[in-house]
Write a protein that binds this ligand. Structure first.
Ligand code: NAD
Ligand code: UFG
Length: 341
């Protein structure tokens, strides 16, 4: 089986490529490296002892994409390529819609031309918006996310649904990720944010390694147990295996057509203070922090109802919070400058 992985050099993509190779799937990565380094793919090849075909290209470049579909016999596409910084998306919304929405349409058009019907999409818990109560369940209506980034995910989910209505061969799975953290247990690949990290764990890890002086905790006055926001953090290797499970689900359901959404999370909400404490325990060192005002657009608490993925994908997030912390630290301490070598 050959799978095209767009955005496969990035954080979740590189871990998924590794899991796919371990499951004897051949992988072609298509990435423009706007937020990643080819070094991640080299390391995945070293870890697995297997070869990855790599094409540097933009998903908006339909001619280049088309050449890739001609060159390889692609059975399915896993589509990670997107811009993902929530705050930045409010500053340059057009770039986000161009890249995440128009780029996905280009990819779907080229897939259609080449009669490739299997599609796995990187969606997000953000599609539930603020209207829905927690825990989020797939049967809920899509909500109104607070950022253009979130809106781009809702738009793509809508496009997939419309495409499925028009084309009875189209088979898509939307994986709604909650908060992926951690790194491969080798410490050879992990999350390598450019500039100041937006997300909690990369920031905490950079404080721990001495690159930043202290963490700012955005708000301690939310209506939660300890006043800080709660999220459903899951290990990136569990998330990677969720993609292998989704591919397997498509293979096990040859008569399926349409779009099926699955939440990928642990089902537990963990607060920011609890994350800081867990990280301190894992590395046996204090993380300096101060409480700052709330960050615009943050919801107080959300986590997944992951029963559908547990039951239908035979998938579960198995790795503990402690392992998420230890693996984050192994990656960060072995690679203080990320993939820059
Ligand atoms: P990432 O930035 O590490 O990976 C995205 C990859 O896509 C990068 O390698 C980047 O170079 C590439 N890319 C971006 N635009 C491209 C384009 N136009 N053409 C080709 N390649 C392009 O991000 P990630 O955390 O690995 O996220 C992967 C996917 O998962 C994204 O779609 C993101 O929106 C989604 N997601 C991420 C999270 C999270 O917390 N990390 C949560 C929910 C959903
Ligand atoms: N936080 C801090 N300080 C920081 C960074 C984050 O206190 O320096 C807090 C945030 O306020 C939030 C929590 O840590 O309460 C988690 O924040 P992240 O930015 O790590 O994650 P989010 O839940 O805000 O967003 C993530 C992804 C989005 C995705 C969303 C839902 O970044 O792409 O999960 O899946 F949409």
């Amino acid at each position: 089986m050959q799978v095209l992985v767009t955005g496969g050099a990035g954080y979740i993509g590189s871990h998924t490529v590794l899991s796919l190779l371990e499951n004897n799937v051949d992988v072609i990565v298509y990435d423009n490296l706007v937020n990643s380094s080819i070094e991640s793919i080299d390391r995945v090849e070293k870890l697995t002892g297997k070869k990855v075909e790599f094409v540097e290209g933009d998903i908006c470049d339909k001619e280049k994409l088309s050449r890739v579909f001609k060159q390889f016999s692609i059975d399915a596409v896993i589509h990670f390529a997107a811009l993902k910084a929530v705050g930045e998306s409010a500053e340059i919304p057009l770039s986000y819609y161009q890249n995440n929405v128009h780029g996905t349409v280009c990819l779907l058009e080229v897939m259609q031309q080449h009669k490739v019907h299997n599609f796995i999409f990187s969606s997000s818990a953000t599609v539930y918006g603020e209207e829905n109560n927690v825990p989020y369940v797939e049967t809920m209506k899509l909500g109104t996310p607070s950022s253009p980034y979130g809106a781009s995910k809702v738009m793509v989910e809508r496009i997939l649904a419309d495409l499925a209505l028009s084309d009875s061969k189209f088979r898509a799975v939307s994986l709604r990720y909650f908060n992926p953290i951690g790194a491969h247990e080798s410490g050879a690949i992990g999350e390598d944010p450019k500039g100041i990290p937006n997300n909690l764990l990369p920031y905490v890890a950079q404080v721990a390694v001495g690159k930043r002086d202290k963490l700012r905790i955005f708000g301690d006055d939310y209506p939660t147990k300890d006043g800080s926001c709660e999220r459903d953090y899951l290990h990136v290797m569990d998330l990677a295996q969720g993609h292998v499970a989704a591919l397997d689900w498509l293979n096990r359901h040859p008569d399926f057509s349409g779009v099926e959404a699955f939440n990928l999370g642990t089902g537990n909400g963990v607060s920011v203070f609890a994350i800081v404490k867990a990280f301190e325990q894992a590395i046996n060192k204090k993380i300096p922090f101060e409480v700052s005002p709330r960050r615009v657009g943050d919801l107080p608490a959300f986590w997944a109802n992951a029963s559908k993925a547990n039951k239908e994908l035979n998938w579960q997030a198995n790795r503990s919070l402690e392992q998420m912390m230890t693996d984050t630290w192994r990656w960060q301490s072995k690679n203080p400058n990320g993939f820059l070598i």
